[in-house]
Design a protein around this ligand. Structure first.
Ligand code: ADP
Length: 614
């Protein structure tokens, strides 16, 4: 694979993909310029690799592969290096005697004597390093921890030596950390773990992948960190270079080119190279490095790269965009160029549209809600006005009937045209009854007026409800018996006293009795019951009259409301009786309820709090 530049990119003005929006008209050339800028940036990388004049940049490492060595720019630029790293080791049989004492004879003291001699500064560093490690180990076995720690410290300072392929300093720090961990010295452990990490990231020692990951993982664990940091760019670059080295050493690469490697942590690493099998110069970089290098990013357009599988390497592809396929760019990546302005305009437009929609929805909601409340208020006003006019008509009618009777009978009596004493007495009785009826009507209206104005006054005092009900029923019985009505009263013994306004409560019961008679044209028995239920005195008035449909039962306690059957019948009424009953009972801390069924009859129940016996 040989890639020589991006001439094709400049030449190919590949338009937007079919079916994709083209963006604004001004954005087209902008996007082409942006793509060209990228081509130029990558061209510079090619030239830099060719001339081998490197500049240091964040997020990028230049490297040279030669036979079995890897050099980097900046020097020590990788956290770890591909291929095995070799260090000077002491002769294999140098420690045979000391190891025989240590392992076979368990003579740790003897081993210490022997090894001490080899820790001398005149010895070669690899020999001293190996001797110090063994010395520290024997001290540990002898329980002489302080001397073991001191031996490890000496080991850490043996420059340029390695033990079993790992720099002595790292081995010493790791052993010290392990010792501190064993001793429960948290501060010591932390200090050594931090030293290990600092050492690993300083690049002071060239490590291969295995040891680096082992010591890094151990130190991170001791420090309570996750074993690996997937966001570490340097780690990604080292991993990318390692994978690239493998391809190069397997002779899979030739000439020059670009590719990317995915790290185990899912990070892409960009790789650019130029050279031969024996000598290759390359650059490994993070996508962020490319973003910084590409001048277009700061302008009106944004860039994104995806691989052949559609996996995003750089940026965030979004609509509207111009897409340059690999065939056009000669890059191993698909290039997406988005108009930053168009995106922002689109975002702004979307935001404005959402705000507008929200505002509109709110307005519609407000208009809806206010219309609902207005309509409800108007409907109520209209209904009340209708009820009021019905009330005026009904009251006028109620007055007219007794007044007509009074006028006619008094006229007849006045002119002396009534024959016989009996007839005259009968007429006088009617006159009395009708004037009483008028009196009650006026009384009711006046009380209703006071109640409406909030001026109704009650005189509360304890009284015997049984006595009140009995006298009311007696009077009422006398009034209605000429019309064939019978009132049956049942009273429990020992009904407790009630605290309240005797007259007002009497008026309430009287209203119920009036209604029971008014709305029972055929079955003319009325039952009145007085019982005690718990702390309450209950008065029930039951009839077998017209009854009230369930749909009307809640409404009849409101002023001016009359039932349909009542309005359609010849029964006179003004619709204020039950409103008054309810008002009076509530003022006494009680409640009034109704149970009724059309055609069967109604039971009105008054519940009043009884006076507690002291
Ligand atoms: P009205 O002057 O119409 O009797 P009320 O406020 O006393 O006014 O009663 C309201 C309505 O309740 C009546 O119009 C009637 O429809 C219904 N109602 C009241 N008591 C009875 C009853 N005992 N039987 C049937 N309907 C009743």
């Amino acid at each position: 694979m040989r890639v020589t530049g991006l001439a094709g990119l400049e030449a190919s003005a590949a338009g937007p993909r079919p079916g994709k929006p083209a963006g604004t008209r001004a954005a087209g050339p902008c996007r082409d310029l942006a793509a060209i800028a990228l081509a130029q940036a990558l061209g510079e990388v090619d030239r830099e690799l060719e001339s081998r004049k490197f500049v240091a940049e964040q997020g990028a490492v230049r490297f040279v592969f030669r036979a079995d060595t890897v050099e980097t720019f900046p020097a020590q630029g990788l956290l770890y290096y591909p291929g095995p790293q070799t260090y000077a080791e002491p002769p294999a049989d140098k420690f045979a005697q000391a190891e025989a004492l240590e392992y076979q004879k368990k003579d740790f003291g003897g081993a210490v004597q022997l090894l001490r001699a080899m820790c001398d500064s005149r010895e070669q560093p690899p020999v001293r390093a190996a001797a110090l490690l063994r010395l520290a180990r024997n001290f540990r076995k002898l329980g002489r921890t302080d001397q073991a720690v001191s031996a490890y410290h000496d080991l850490a300072h043996v420059a340029g030596a390695a033990v079993d392929g790992v720099p002595a300093e790292l081995v010493a720090r790791h052993a010290l950390a392990g010792l501190f961990d064993h001793m429960g010295d948290r501060a010591g452990l932390r200090r050594e773990a931090e030293e290990i990490r600092a050492l690993l990231h300083s690049g002071r020692h060239r490590l291969s992948r295995g040891p680096f990951l082992f010591y890094e993982g151990a130190a991170r664990q001791w420090l309570g960190m996750p074993v690996q940091d997937d966001a570490d760019e340097n780690l990604a670059i080292a991993e990318g270079v390692g994978q690239f080295w493998k391809q190069w050493s397997e002779a899979k690469l030739e000439g020059s080119g670009r590719l990317h490697e995915w790290t185990a942590g899912g990070k892409p690493v960009l790789l650019f190279w130029r050279g031969t099998r024996g000598d290759l110069v390359g650059l490994a970089a993070t996508p962020a490095w490319l973003e910084r290098r590409w001048p277009g990013e700061s302008g009106e357009v944004r860039l994104a790269l995806t691989d052949a599988n559609g996996r995003t390497i750089l940026g965030h592809p979004s609509e509207p965009q111009t897409v340059r396929l690999t065939s056009a760019t000669r890059l191993p990546w698909t290039l997406h160029v988005m108009d930053r302005g168009a995106q922002e305009v689109k975002n702004g437009f979307d935001l404005r549209r959402r705000l507008l929609l929200a505002g509109l929805t709110l307005m519609i909601g407000l208009v809806g809600v206010s219309s609902y409340f207005m309509a409800r208020a108007v409907t109520r006003e209209v209904a009340l006005a209708r009820l009021q006019s019905d009330f005026v008509a009904a009251v006028s009618h109620e007055f007219r009937t007794p007044l007509t009777t009074l006028r006619q009978l008094s006229g007849l009596l006045h002119t002396g045209r009534v024959p016989g004493e009996d007839r005259r007495r009968q007429y006088y009785e009617v006159l009395v009854r009708e004037s009483e009826r008028l009196d009650r009507l006026v009384d009711n209206l006046l009380n209703f007026g006071r109640m409406e104005a909030g001026a109704a006054e009650f005189r509360f005092e304890p009284f015997d409800p049984a006595g009140l009900v009995r006298s009311l029923v007696d009077d009422f019985q006398r009034e209605v018996s000429p019309h064939g009505y019978r009132i049956e009263l049942t009273t429990e013994a020992d009904i407790p006293a009630v605290r309240g306004d005797r007259v007002a409560l009497g008026r309430a019961v009287r209203n119920l009795l009036d209604n029971a008679v008014k709305y029972s044209p055929d079955r003319r028995t009325i039952w009145v019951e007085l019982v005690q239920t718990g702390p309450q005195v209950v008065i029930r008035v039951r009839d077998q009259g017209l009854g009230i449909p369930a749909s009307e039962q809640a409404g009849i306690f409101q002023k001016f409301v009359r039932g349909r059957a009542a309005k359609e019948s010849t029964v006179q009424g003004s619709g204020i009786g039950l409103a008054m009953v309810s008002h009076i009972i509530q003022a006494h801390g009680g409640r009034v309820t109704v149970q009724s069924e059309p055609g069967t009859g109604s039971t009105f129940t008054l519940c009043l709090p009884a006076v507690e016996a002291s």
